[in-house]
Design a protein around this ligand. Structure first.
Ligand code: ACM
Length: 532
């Protein structure tokens, strides 16, 4: 090439590179500008987004004399609302240093937060609420006390982010903008799951996670109590299940289990936050811990060795043994007696060592045992493909195929792995978690809807599961759950038509400080928290 031509080519290439760089940067700037415009318009931080939020003139400011008034339609209801008021007081007192005296059954004067079901509209259902804030105070009204509990989460989020601190904060004006909110959930089931089998997490860790999730109006926690690596719930008839089956975990750590008293304590703690605990005993696969504990569950009458790896699909209960069903019945009976939930999760996933016809027979029979103890069975797909499984069982849909469930009109909980699994890494740099269903960045976690996978009339709601093959500590757990759970809570609560990522992103950014103040170890995605 002549040197003149070469010079031309170099100049042209330089211009091209400069143009591309300019274009990319101007797009980034444009994105920032767009976000700033949206941020101007977004006048609150609330997640999940309420159905209707209207700001008015002025504000209400809490002070040392602010009281909480409570009144139900009956004495019993007033007592229940008093407990909700105590909870609210417990969340507002540490940072403000104010007393928040609770007053029962009196007409509130000004400078008050009034929690009441009196004249609460039936159309609000169990969880809806109306929240009116004027310069005089706050009136929170609901049809049921549960709606008041959801509503106080909104009050917390309307206050400055410092409210989330557990120590006294000075020099903050504790005010809420005058506003009216009308709110109720899109879906009745808004849950998350913790796998306590692969790694065991003690009672206090589970309670902490329940309390964190409650502020986002989550109302179900599914505990995956048994798997190949561990059996985590005391069954009095079979002490070896926990003595042996609870003695280790993935990687060979000490494992652990909940006594029935501890399980009841978790259930009560959750119920106090209007969260229902759903117990799961996974079967016929994912059962090595049981097979290692009880010799009679094995074809050769010998206990299997304990397992601390992370393979799946190698274990199965004997589907043609009456002793197996007697065992299951005893387990279901004991757990049902300490679990007030109307649901019992019977697993049913990845039974790769069970022949399809045996699987079908087994899940059909176990679903009837579950029903005998007054519970509605839930099962992972492919439970819906078993002929004996019908619309009295709920499908928890984790793979995309739910054709059989649709044909049978089965209700579904949507937990599609590539969208809803909390154990999937955010991206290739995420230090824990897995990626077999792909990476799930915060945006991907938010940008979907249950109706992408099932007809609305069959969708009970959504659940985001945290499997713990390589999640071993509370910090790691929180890093995977937060901030994605906020998005899942909004998918479950807020109608699809009111949700969009750019606007959500503004509210999520603002929630960062709250999570920080509360001590949640969330993943500080650079795309959302740019300065961090
Ligand atoms: C599952 O992820 N095995 C339900």
């Amino acid at each position: 090439m002549k040197s003149k031509n070469k010079k031309h080519l170099i100049i042209t290439l330089c211009i091209l590179v400069i143009s591309i760089v300019t274009l990319v940067f101007s797009n980034i700037n444009k994105e920032d500008e767009d976000l700033a415009v949206i941020a101007e318009k977004v006048n609150n931080t609330i997640i999940p987004k309420p159905i209707n939020y209207k700001e008015a003139e002025g504000k209400f400011t809490l002070n040392k004399d602010t009281k909480i008034y409570v009144k139900g339609n009956t004495e019993e209801e007033t007592t229940e609302i008093t407990r909700i008021a105590e909870y609210l007081k417990g969340k507002l007192s540490p940072s403000t240093g104010y007393e928040f005296t609770i007053v029962k059954n009196e007409v509130p004067s000004g400078n008050s937060i009034y929690l009441t079901t009196v004249e609460g509209k039936e159309e609000l259902g169990n969880e809806g609420y109306e929240l009116t804030t004027t310069t005089d105070g706050i009136i929170l009204k609901a049809y049921k006390p549960e709606g008041l509990f959801r509503g106080i989460q909104t009050i917390r989020q309307l206050l400055p982010a410092e409210i989330a601190k557990s120590t006294l904060v000075n020099n903050v004006e504790w005010s809420i903008p005058a506003s009216t909110i009308y709110d109720k959930p899109e879906y009745a089931y808004r849950g998350f799951m913790i796998d306590v089998a692969r790694h065991f997490f003690p009672e206090d860790v589970i309670k902490q996670q329940i309390d964190y999730a409650a502020q986002y109006k989550i109302n179900r926690l599914h505990l995956h109590l048994t798997d190949d690596q561990g059996w985590r719930i005391e069954i009095k008839k079979y002490p070896d299940l926990t003595l042996i089956g609870g003695s280790t975990q993935v990687g060979g750590g000490p494992g652990g289990y909940y006594t029935q008293e501890q399980f009841k304590s978790i259930v009560q703690y959750a119920a106090d936050r209007y969260i229902e605990i759903i117990p799961e005993v996974d079967m016929p696969g994912h059962t090595n811990a049981a097979l290692a504990s009880l010799a009679f569950l094995n074809p050769d009458g010998k206990r299997k060795p304990l397992y601390t790896g992370i393979d799946v699909g190698f274990s199965t209960l004997m589907t043609d043994s009456e002793e197996t069903y007697e065992f299951i019945e005893n387990v279901v009976k004991e757990i049902s007696a300490i679990s007030p939930s109307k649901y019992f999760h019977m697993g049913g996933d990845e039974a790769d060592s069970t022949k399809k016809e045996d699987y079908d027979y087994f899940v059909g029979r176990v679903s009837k045992i579950v029903q005998k103890y007054g519970k509605t069975p839930i099962g992972w797909d492919p439970i819906d493909t078993a002929p004996e499984i019908n619309s009295s069982t709920i499908l928890q849909n984790w793979k995309a195929s739910n054709e059989a469930a649709r044909e049978k009109n089965m209700n579904m909980i949507i937990s599609i792995a590539s969208k809803a699994y909390l154990d999937m890494k955010y991206n290739s740099a995420t230090p824990y978690g897995l990626n077999w269903a792909g990476y799930i960045p915060v945006e991907t976690a938010y940008n979907w809807d249950p109706t992408d996978y099932a007809p609305k009339n069959l969708v009970l709601g959504i659940e985001s599961p945290l499997w713990t093959e390589n999640i071993a500590t509370e910090d790691e757990m929180e890093f995977m759950i937060y901030p994605r759970l906020l998005g899942y809570s909004e998918i479950g609560w807020t109608p699809k038509s009111s949700r969009n990522w750019p606007e959500y992103k503004v509210r999520l950014e603002r929630q960062g400080l709250r999570m920080e103040n509360e001590g949640i170890n969330y993943y500080k995605d650079k795309d959302i928290w740019k300065s961090k």
